[in-house]
Ligand binder design. Sequence first.
Ligand SMILES: [Zn+2]
Length: 80
Amino acid sequence: MTEDRQKFIIDLERLNALNAEGCAACGRKFALGEPVVVACGAWEGGTKVVHENEAVFDRNTQSYVERRCYAARSASAARG
Ligand SMILES: [Zn+2]
């Protein structure tokens, strides 16, 4: 998967589909036209959709990672 395919803008169809759960990172609902990304994080169940500014693109894995999760990984990598 490329960076582009993991990033999109919320349209009406996605709004309806995603707002049952909301954003996995901050818990807020999405709004029409917001940029979002598919990211992995410290939650259960694999990748989820979060606001773009709450995730970091990890070039090593070519995927988005939720910011707090990314920071924790970087810290443990620095220690190791
Ligand atoms: Zn969010």
